[in-house]
Design a binder for this molecule. Structure first.
Ligand code: NAD
Length: 450
């Protein structure tokens, strides 16, 4: 049994069995047995079942949100959005079964048609930072395309995934079509990654483990989708609406206490407005409401664990260039204050490594070329923002930054109907949006002589 803690109180809120390798094998075997019948469910019926699954999540969204507040320390506003996101992703891909069309290609002597066939058992391995959304980005399109799914939640945050697994059964998904196996990465995760009956892997987590997953996929030559780390740049040009750029910058990095792969954890500011920007940023950071995640007024909760807090704190040793920081509640809980480091040079560790906590590095730049060079001087390329009132510059910079998800005069990264994923060491492949479905199918070509 593993103790599950509330990171805001450090109290044990549940105990979850750690599944073994044999449990994992059984879940994969059940998913394999369930596959032929699920693949053959009529498209309209599969769509209806997925909609029922979405509606079950909707009907229990408050329960799921409260569970996430306690298990992950997410603010209640965020947790409600997250349950709603899982519901919406299911509804979106519930539109897919009847639209999973192939092609008819002109040939001599017959007809040629293509089919999009499901792959089989899909293994989905997810991290602790956004348990519900990230799981649904894998399982919803996989199920819609006719695959069965084995989902492994993160050790620290299995509760919503386990509940969603029960809701799937309640909604009428047949046994074995969607199975949640909580447990250790080194046991359950590794077993899924290396299992000969798993036909595709979807992994979200650290770049380090992502490499191991890619190696396991390569050993069996199966497809893999990877969503990994990030060190995204929020680029603020002198011609931007500086008030708005500064007022929103904290939320672009401190949301979910900075434990967000899309966190804009480098703020690049044009030197001519650097001091003015920092002057505007300071009250914005002081204004971030850090507190009890169950309180609707809270904007930031605790970090996920004591270990995560230690790892974040190690980036801010004595003598670090702390320009200013926010506050945290006293008492128990894995709290860490919003922290702004400035000025930071692009080569510093805090400008290069993913901190995955509420720490942001502010870096001055000279001109557009310099901003692009600094933004791209990173192993990662997941997300980023560009603040300017000049449309031409916005487009030039958006095209030049090596990153999968950019926003101009905004910090939004994720919409379930647009593609999401990273360049470079931020990942491989894209989730969400109209094309993600294809990553869960094989194309089959059939020629029929006439
Ligand atoms: P992690 O890589 O340690 O773990 C992720 C998942 O993999 C967990 O379920 C874990 O149990 C499992 N795992 C661990 N070792 C494994 C192994 N050897 N074989 C198979 N599975 C294994 O990551 P984490 O600490 O849980 O999450 C934080 C990381 O996730 C950050 O680096 C963050 O940037 C990244 N992340 C990326 C995205 C994205 O979409 N790009 C989204 C969220 C998080």
């Amino acid at each position: 049994m593993t103790d599950i803690l509330d990171p805001a109180t450090e109290r044990v809120i549940a105990q979850v069995p750690g599944s073994t390798g044999e449990d994992t094998d059984r879940a994969i075997a059940a998913a394999r047995r369930a596959f032929p019948a699920w693949r053959d469910v009529a498209p309209g019926d599969r769509a209806r079942l997925l909609r029922r699954f979405a509606e079950a999540i909707d009907a229990h969204s408050e329960e799921l949100a409260q569970l996430e507040v306690r298990n992950a320390g997410h603010t209640i506003a965020n947790a409600r959005w997250e349950a709603g996101n899982a519901r919406d992703v299911l509804h979106y891909y519930a539109g897919a079964p009847e639209r999973l069309t192939g092609r008819q290609i002109p040939v001599a002597g017959g007809i040629d048609v293509t089919f999009r066939e499901p792959l089989g058992v899909v293994g989905v391995i997810v991290p602790w930072n956004f348990p519900m959304p990230i799981a649904s980005w894998g399982f919803a399109p996989a199920l819609a395309a006719g695959n069965t799914v084995v989902l492994k939640p993160a050790e620290l945050t299995p509760l919503t995934a386990i509940r969603i697994g029960e809701l799937a059964l309640d909604a009428g998904l047949p046994e074995g079509v969607f199975t949640v196996v909580p447990g250790k990465g080194s046991v359950v995760g590794a077993r899924i990654a290396g299992h000969r009956d798993v036909a595709k892997l979807v992994f979200t987590g650290s770049t380090e483990v992502g490499r191991q997953i890619a190696a396991a996929a390569a050993a069996r030559l199966i497809p893999v989708t990877l969503e990994l780390g990030g060190k995204s740049a929020n680029i603020v040009f002198a011609d931007a609406d500086l008030e708005r750029a500064a007022a929103t910058a904290p939320y672009g990095v401190f949301d979910n206490a900075g434990q967000d792969c899309c966190a804009r954890s480098r703020i690049l500011v044009q030197r001519s407005v650097y001091d003015r920007f920092l002057g505007l940023l300071e009250p914005a950071v002081a204004g971030v409401v850090v507190g009890d995640p169950a309180d609707p007024k809270s904007e930031m909760g605790p970090l996920i664990s004591a270990a995560q807090r230690e790892s974040v704190a190690a980036y801010v040793p004595e003598g670090a260039p702390v320009a200013f920081r926010g506050s945290v509640p006293a008492g128990p809980g894995f709290w860490y204050p919003p922290t702004v480091l400035a000025p930071v040079s692009p080569g510093d560790r805090t400008a290069r490594e993913e901190i995955f906590g509420p720490v942001v590095a502010v870096i001055p730049f000279e001109d557009e070329a310099d901003a692009i060079a600094i933004a791209n001087d990173s192993d990662y390329g997941l997300s980023g923002s560009i603040w300017t009132e000049n449309v031409g510059r916005a487009l030039r910079v958006a095209r030049a930054v090596e990153s999968g998800n950019l926003s101009v005069n905004s910090h939004s990264s994720v919409r379930y109907w647009t593609p999401f994923g990273g360049y470079k060491q931020s990942g491989l492949g894209r989730e969400l949006g109209p094309d993600a479905l294809e990553a869960f199918t094989e194309v089959k070509n059939v020629f029929i002589a006439t």
